[in-house]
Design a protein around this ligand. Structure first.
Ligand SMILES: Cc1ncc(COP(=O)(O)O)c(C=O)c1O
Length: 354
């Protein structure tokens, strides 16, 4: 089946650059970024820092490298990172902090709302003692990928921040989809960023850019994260070619995230109305929907049967199947996806009209 005939809901990372991004890439003013001479990268970093209300930012090739650079900057060898057992950093980033930084994970249970229990965080932060590792950082994720794109509310972030300040431990936010969180909560992205010392956010997800993430924080912290980026081999040369698309993403793709959220909600409600399908509707707050096929249906087979009819979804193992809306998915594509899902999940005759 041709790509154009398939409704691809595996991830918001499958988006291709918009025509405006491609034009900006062709016209980008560039220089050698390792000499600090790429004007377009400078503009992108300055714009990111301003938007999130931080002093500085560093452009990195991926969210994974952004999180890793930040953790390496927060922690010395042997310092522990407190993070959730459903976090992207734990599940999907190859154990980079432990492998490359000697940073062990102190995993806490992630609740249904993507949160770490505050008392559990307080107990997990280590007191000073020779036999204990030092606590280097507390990591949170916003929106939370494996919790159906739930957004962490500001009151929770403020409480966590208060606790972390009291105990002298920095907070790193994996904000791969922080702009989705801001849209879901109806707040400025800087209000969310205020509650963390460092944030990694992605241009290549809901914002549709082809490549890149930014790490933001204080000037000193970002100087350190930049050193870590170099150590990881992620310093670039004429990176303005891709940074230019990132600037277009920040200019043109933030305000439309509400449309992705509305479409994800519609998909989630249609799935919830489909016999035997389980969806936690309350946690569907942004562009991600996790659902479980009816009992007895093998998720791997469901994925294959959906694909054979022209719908791509992701298998999230114990978390179910995942669909994600993005800018290449319009209302028509959502209706096609719903029709295919209903056909596969319950069969044509029992189809539910959502
Ligand atoms: C929550 C979260 N954090 C980090 C990442 C890593 O981003 P990248 O794929 O650019 O390395 C992802 C990617 O899907 C993500 O969903």
């Amino acid at each position: 089946m041709e790509r154009e005939q398939v409704v691809d809901l595996r991830s918001d990372t499958v988006t291709r650059p918009t025509p405006a991004m491609r034009r900006a890439m062709a016209d980008a003013v560039v220089g050698d970024d390792q000499y600090g001479e790429d004007e377009t990268v400078h503009r992108l970093e300055a714009r990111a820092a301003t938007l999130l209300g931080k002093e500085a930012a560093v452009y990195v090739p991926s969210g994974t490298m952004g999180n890793l650079s930040a953790l390496l900057a927060h922690c010395g060898r042997g310092d522990e990172a407190i993070l959730g057992d459903e976090s992207h950093i734990f599940w999907f980033e190859s154990g980079g902090p432990a492998t490359l930084g000697g940073i062990p994970f102190n995993l806490l249970r992630t609740d249904r709302w993507g949160r770490l229990d505050l008392d559990a965080v307080a107990s997990a932060i280590r007191p000073e003692r020779a036999g204990y590792p030092r606590t280097g950082v507390v990591c949170i994720e916003n929106t939370h990928n494996r919790c159906s794109g739930v957004a962490l509310p500001l009151h929770y972030l403020r409480e966590l921040r208060g606790l972390a300040i009291e105990r002298g431990v920095p907070i790193h936010m994996d904000g791969a989809r922080i702009f989705n969180a801001a849209a879901a909560l109806g707040v400025a992205v800087s209000d969310i960023a205020d509650e963390a010392d460092s944030i990694q956010f992605c241009l290549s997800k809901g914002l549709g850019a082809p490549v890149g993430s930014l790490v933001v924080g204080s000037t000193d912290f970002i100087a350190n994260a930049r050193r870590q980026r170099k150590l990881l081999g992620g310093a670039m040369r004429q990176a303005g070619v891709i940074a230019a698309a990132g600037l277009v993403a920040l200019d043109t793709m933030i305000d439309r995230l509400h449309d992705d959220h509305r479409r994800a909600r519609h998909l989630a409600e249609a799935l919830a109305a489909t016999a035997g399908v389980a969806v936690d509707l309350e946690t569907v707050q942004s562009n991600i929907v996790l659902f479980r096929p009816p009992a007895g249906q093998d998720p791997i087979e469901v994925v294959d049967r959906l694909l054979a009819r022209g719908l791509r979804v992701s298998n999230y193992g114990a978390r179910g199947l995942r669909v994600v809306t993005h800018y290449e998915i319009d209302d028509g594509a959502v209706e096609r996806a719903i029709a295919i899902l209903q056909e596969v999940l319950v069969g044509q005759r029992e189809r539910v009209v959502a």
